[in-house]
Design a protein around this ligand. Structure first.
Ligand SMILES: O=C(O)CCC(=O)C(=O)O
Ligand SMILES: [Fe+2]
Length: 352
């Protein structure tokens, strides 16, 4: 089990018997303290109007400031007026839905547990695993440069490549623009990372969470933060929850038609020397509905090391993180089940 190219530290559950829950089937062995609420509080997260960032007037600096505050406070914000048409979003969601609706034999052609594989399908309901703590199927594929990767994407459903390809290209442009707003908000300039992001990686993680009979007893994806610089998430319905570090509570991200969710990833935490923290998040399950989410993860190139900006290091703020690349993350993931292991960001922190 792993998150959407993500890193996490999540204590494995004691067994149901150990906790005296004999009426709960063994496969619902999620630790009590990690069970999601069926009525979570709603997160009061900032909604950023991106038109403001594209403005040349003072509105731009207000928007940059709002983005900086959101990154500092939550590591998360929602965006409206992002410029991606609703039909492109709907096309991506419905092709994801159609892919997951294919017969198992068809999806299994892409089945792989090798985290280095650029296109792979997997599910958390593996044979022989009797503890279903997480219920999810996912398809992950690289998406940039699109012309290099699209050939290895699913051939079915027939419209998949066109619809997902269109969304992939548009969401990547958006991610690069938001990255500019983030570096500008850090005071290191909008173009600080532009060249490296231009040559960077885009991984799309399509998640499918089928209806689950007892959604209070399992999760879709365990708590984790994404390894990326930033992740843009499109969801068909609610289910994403973020951890508020101020009070340690999980809160549900509200559903706002047409919005996209922006998650600060581990590599922006490293870049910012901890001024911005990657957001710890998880996905919950619904009793009757299938939920689809599409996470687009943007980072530097495979072997390009992300380093803390030297402009953000001084006596008061000593360098807090080691440098690392996307490949370093994959290597950690390969030997570390994220449901058990140390989160990627934890391995990067420098202890003084
Ligand atoms: O489904 C979601 O809302 C979250 C998915 C996620 O965190 C991921 O793919 O990294
Ligand atoms: Fe994630």
């Amino acid at each position: 089990m792993e998150g959407g190219e993500s890193s996490s530290s999540f204590p494995m559950g004691e067994s149901a018997q150990e906790r005296g829950l004999s009426h709960v089937p063994e496969y619902y062995a999620i630790p009590t303290s990690h069970r999601p609420s069926l009525n979570p509080e709603t997160a009061d997260v900032p909604v950023i109007d991106l038109v403001g960032f594209r403005d040349s007037s003072s509105r731009r600096s207000v928007t940059v400031n709002d983005i900086g505050n959101a990154c500092r406070r939550y590591g998360f914000f929602q965006i409206v007026n992002h410029g991606i048409d609703q039909f492109v979003l709907d096309g991506a969601l419905s092709s994801a839905f159609d892919f997951f609706s294919l017969p198992t034999e068809e999806k299994s052609k892409l089945m792989s547990n090798d985290v280095h594989n650029p296109v792979r399908y997997a599910t958390s309901l593996k044979d022989g695993v009797d503890k279903i703590q997480f219920s999810r199927a996912f398809l992950k594929h690289y998406a940039y440069p699109l012309e290099d990767w699209v050939k290895s994407w699913p051939e079915n459903p027939p419209a998949y490549r066109e619809h997902m390809g269109r969304y992939a290209a548009e969401v990547r442009k958006l991610a690069l623009e938001i990255m500019e707003a983030i570096t500008e908000s850090l005071g290191i300039g909008a173009k600080y990372l532009s060249n490296k992001m231009e040559k960077g990686m885009q991984v799309m993680a399509l998640n499918c969470y089928p209806p689950f009979p007892q959604p209070g007893l399992a999760l879709g994806v365990p708590p984790h933060s994404d390894h990326s610089c930033l992740t843009i998430l499109l969801q068909s319905t609610t289910g994403l929850e973020i951890l508020d570090t101020e009070d340690g509570k999980w809160r549900a991200v509200p559903e706002l038609k047409g919005t996209l969710q922006v998650l600060v990833g581990d590599h922006v935490e490293v870049l910012s020397n901890g001024r911005y923290k990657s957001v710890v998040h998880r996905a919950t399950l619904h009793k009757e509905r299938t939920r689809i989410s599409i996470a687009s993860l943007h980072s530097l190139g495979m072997d390009e090391k992300m380093e803390t900006a030297k402009e953000l290091v001084d006596e008061e703020h000593p360098k807090g993180y080691k440098e690392s690349s996307f490949r370093d993350f994959l290597n950690l993931l390969a030997k570390n089940d994220i449901a058990e292991g140390k989160g990627f960001i934890e391995t990067l922190k420098i202890q003084y």
